[in-house]
Design a protein around this ligand. Structure first.
Ligand code: TRP
Length: 433
């Protein structure tokens, strides 16, 4: 239980901008490298359908956001990176939660309430332009989180209420059906900057003041040229306080560079020169990523493969867990005992490490996946201790265990190699659940 599961979703409704990069992507990629953390990042495309009715835009945004996260350094081998709509267990869990969520709770959701207030103040019907999708948004989001037993959910302040609602739903479920869901907590990063936009207000699509993350360099240069400043002339001392230019610079510069810029402001650097330095500083961080972004954008099929691999990993967890949840609510085989929360149904579909003594008196280890396929078979060990050591490595999902014991293993069918990797991932993840 020492490993923390951290999960967050990104709605695929637009193109990532510099504010998203500094405020969400960069800190999340850094956090995913921390030891003792198992991270889940997913593209929330079911959520995007609530806002976007343009299929091409949904698809384009999914590709752009996925490519951005990978270009920014997210390692899909290390984290579980998937697309929400590849996990059919999520909408199924959404329905379970829908059936125990009070309508009154959803009436209080900020996004829904804001729309109602707007309607009323402009003299319209309270529910004008409110879809059931907007109303149900918090339930879908709770299913995202609860499906993977996330402990922590890093989100912006505007999403805290959603996490609290997810806790409420999990508690109601557990009360009715047994302690099966994990109660998540919101994680708010106090130190993460919100970047100002071109007009000095918070950078946001709704203000139309964003700076593109992976636009061609010349576009970035032009956008920076248009960044608001005051009218102080070259040679006049400038204030860093409230300067959007300085704030953006600080988000990309080292401490020493920031200090040098602070002094340059005091000594009256011209706005033109300050903008040049800002451009160089942002470009130094973004340029290397831009190349891998462009390569991924040019090969959507590679991106698709990566997402499919992520979905396989995610479903290795979601499918058996969902079987358990289905059974616990009473959607189960008729001969199954009425005993609540029977884990038996779920257990069979998990990979299993088996240790046994054979007729020849030797000790063997094998790994079988949820579908009963033999993924790994050892040769005979003289000592049970040797077999146990291998079994333990596999049980912990140690990806190196097969390599370390290669000389004691029968060769693996190359076609089953990906399934072996998946099974080890699942075993490793099971430790935390
Ligand atoms: N609602 C989130 C947002 O707009 C996106 C999201 C969907 C999400 N599902 C999630 C975030 C689950 C965290 C966990 O930013």
């Amino acid at each position: 239980m020492s490993e923390q599961r951290v999960l967050t979703g990104i709605t695929t409704s637009g193109s990532p901008h510099l504010g998203n990069y500094v405020g969400a992507i960069r800190p999340a990629v850094r956090a995913s490298r921390e030891p003792g953390v198992q991270s889940f990042y997913f593209l929330a495309d079911y959520h995007a359908l609530v806002k976007v009715g343009d299929p091409a835009r949904i698809q384009r945004s999914t590709l752009e956001i996925a490519a951005t996260w990978l270009a920014a350094g997210l390692d899909p081998e290390k984290v579980i990176f998937y697309r929400q709509s590849d996990i059919p267990e999520i909408p199924e869990l959404t329905w379970f939660l829908t059936c125990l969520t009070g309508k009154g709770l959803l009436n209080r959701a900020h996004a829904y309430k804001a729309q109602v207030d707007k309607n009323l103040s402009s003299g319209h019907d309270a529910d004008a332009d409110v879809t059931a999708g907007l109303f149900m948004y918090p339930v879908l989001m709770a299913a995202d989180i609860l499906m993977f037993k996330a402990h922590r959910v890093p989100v912006g302040r505007d999403q805290i209420q959603h996490i609290e609602m997810a806790r409420d739903m999990a508690a109601s479920f557990n009360h009715l059906y047994g302690e099966l869901l994990v109660l998540p907590e919101a994680a708010i990063e106090a130190s993460v900057a919100t970047l100002p936009g071109l007009d000095g207000r918070k950078m946001s699509k709704s203000y139309d003041n964003t700076m593109a993350l992976f636009a061609p360099r010349e576009v970035l240069r032009k956008q920076i040229a248009g960044l608001v400043t005051d009218s102080r002339a070259p040679g006049e001392a400038k204030s860093t306080e409230g300067s959007a230019l300085f704030e953006i610079y600080q988000a990309f510069a080292s401490e020493a560079q920031t200090q040098a810029m602070r002094e340059a402001f005091a000594q009256g650097i011209s706005w033109g020169e300050a903008k040049n330095q800002l451009f160089d500083c942002i470009d130094a961080e973004i340029a290397p990523m831009r190349a891998s972004y462009e390569a991924l954008m040019a090969h959507p099929e590679r991106m698709e493969d990566i997402l499919q691999a992520g979905a396989r990993k995610a479903r290795q967890l979601a499918t058996p867990y969902m079987a358990q949840l289905r059974s616990s609510v009473g959607l189960r085989r008729l001969q199954q005992p009425a005993d609540p929360a029977s884990k038996a149904a779920a257990k069979v579909s998990l990979p299993q490490v088996k240790q046994y003594k054979d007729k020849d008196g030797l000790f063997y280890v094998k790994l079988v996946d949820g579908q009963g396929r033999l993924l790994l078979q050892s040769l005979g060990f003289d000592l049970p201790r040797e077999a146990a050591q291998l079994a333990q490595g596999l049980q912990q999902g140690d990806a190196d265990a097969p390599k370390q014991h290669a000389h004691r293993l029968m060769s693996v069918d190359p076609a089953l190699q990906p399934a072996l990797q998946d099974a080890l991932d699942v075993l490793r993840l099971q430790k935390t659940s």
